[in-house]
Write a protein that binds this ligand. Structure first.
Ligand code: FMN
Length: 397
């Protein structure tokens, strides 16, 4: 059965330039089996025609709170009752502000107030607008009220800017709607994930680090949250966006990360060590900036504590999943790591292939346990993460 079979989705379309993509969102929701009805704001109608929304949804499009005929047939209260889910895509900055402040000054916001069904918003706006404190505060308010935010993509925008704020892909939006009906695999579970690159100071200015972006860990956090888990993220240096439903704790050096994990691991059911942790730290960090000289400089390095191993050795250890980023003898090295650390599974990344891994949005991994080896083919990190969560919640471990 498709994930949205027999589900009624009310699609709210607001006045973002991305509203022209709304008919495509309707189609992708229908592909998953949903019945879709559309409510569009007056500003939304400037970017997409009523007719294209009507033809794709196969229903009358609603856009006027004061429509006498609509109120007689399917008025705003009926629409609110009809919906199993309200999806607002694209969600403009103005509509987000309306929803966050509980306004009911148009059809869409009135329906939202009259409904208690799950709601998702997919923001779409200029990157500067999206980063604005007002917008972020409004999103935080909505998240606190259990509204799911479909993260916008990062990339080139209609206005020519490059950054975060572009409407997520239609398929991704439809899948996230589907996911709220599907996934309760990790409900009640606590998951701690480390992510990003640790940073080892040399002096007050310089440091040793690595290329990890935190994207895989952030995608895993999204997938665990989607599956109902409570997630704590302990992160080093990252460029990835973190899910606002997770508790995020910054821990830059390997030493800080070790301590932060140990302080937060109690009562966790699953530990995923996704951070790229430095194997060494600088023994004597200089208090003052090291001056340039013609002489060679030798830095004394000492080994850092092994976070994954330490968690695996706890008397009440959670399910422990490690990551192995390898460039040679891939499976052999990963299997050694699985044994040496004493963890339940290792996720192997081949970082010699520059097409994916580290900074990329894509990955291809091998999920290894003592007895099994499951290849997860090249795909977006979001999809790889969902697959990993699917494996974790099956009885495979
Ligand atoms: C050409 C143009 C493009 C716009 N694109 C966006 C956008 O992508 N996101 C956004 O939040 N607002 C955008 N706006 C501004 C909104 O349309 C405006 O704030 C409007 O009041 C939103 O109304 P609504 O939330 O009721 O749909 C745009 C305006 C214009 C003129």
């Amino acid at each position: 059965m498709k994930t949205l079979t027999n589900k009624n989705i009310l699609l709210g379309v607001s006045g973002s330039i991305a509203a022209y993509k709304a008919p495509n969102i309707v189609r992708r929701l229908q592909d998953l089996g949903a019945q879709v009805r559309v409510v569009v704001t007056q500003a939304g109608l400037r970017f997409v025609t009523e007719l294209s929304l009507q033809v794709t949804s196969k229903h009358k499009v609603h856009h006027n709170l004061w429509d006498k005929e609509a109120e007689l047939s399917m008025g705003h209260i009926e629409l609110a009752k009809w919906a199993d889910v309200i999806l607002i895509a694209p969600a403009s900055a103005n509509t987000l502000a309306n929803l966050a402040s509980g306004k009911a000054n148009d059809l869409l916001s009135s329906i939202v107030l009259a409904s208690d069904c799950p709601m998702l918003v997919a923001p779409a706006m200029n990157q500067q607008m999206y980063a604005a404190e007002y917008v972020q505060t409004n999103l935080s308010k909505l998240i606190k009220r259990q509204v799911a935010v479909i993260q916008p993509d990062n990339g080139e925008q209609a206005c020519g800017d490059i950054g975060e704020g572009r409407l997520a892909e239609s398929l991704e939006i439809a899948q996230q709607v589907g996911a709220i009906f599907q996934n309760t695999a990790l409900t009640g579970k606590k998951v701690l994930i480390t992510l990003g690159a640790t940073v080892e100071a040399i002096d007050p200015v310089r440091y040793i680090s690595n290329h990890s972006s935190g994207k895989m860990g952030s995608a895993l956090a999204d997938a665990c949250i989607e599956a109902g888990a409570k997630v704590t993220l302990v992160h080093g240096n990252i460029s990835a966006h973190l899910n606002q439903k997770a508790t995020a704790i910054s821990a830059l050096s390997a030493g800080e990360m070790y301590q932060t994990v140990m302080d937060n691991i109690a009562e966790c059911d699953i530990f995923i060590a996704c951070a790229a942790v430095s194997d060494y730290y600088i023994k004597n960090i200089e208090k003052n900036k090291i001056k340039k000289s013609d002489k060679a400089l030798t830095l004394a390095l000492a080994p850092t504590k092994d976070i994954l191993k330490a968690v695996c050795q706890l008397s009440q250890k959670p399910l422990c999943i490690g990551f192995a980023a390898e460039t040679e003898n891939l499976t052999k090295n990963a299997k050694n790591k699985l044994k040496n650390k004493g963890c339940d599974a290792i996720i192997l990344n081949d970082i010699s292939n520059l097409d994916f891994g580290f900074k990329s949005d894509e990955n291809e991994v091998l999920f290894l346990t003592e007895k099994k080896s499951i290849k997860i083919e090249k795909n977006s990190k979001k999809k790889i993460a969902r697959k990993i969560v699917e494996i974790l919640s099956s009885n495979i471990l």
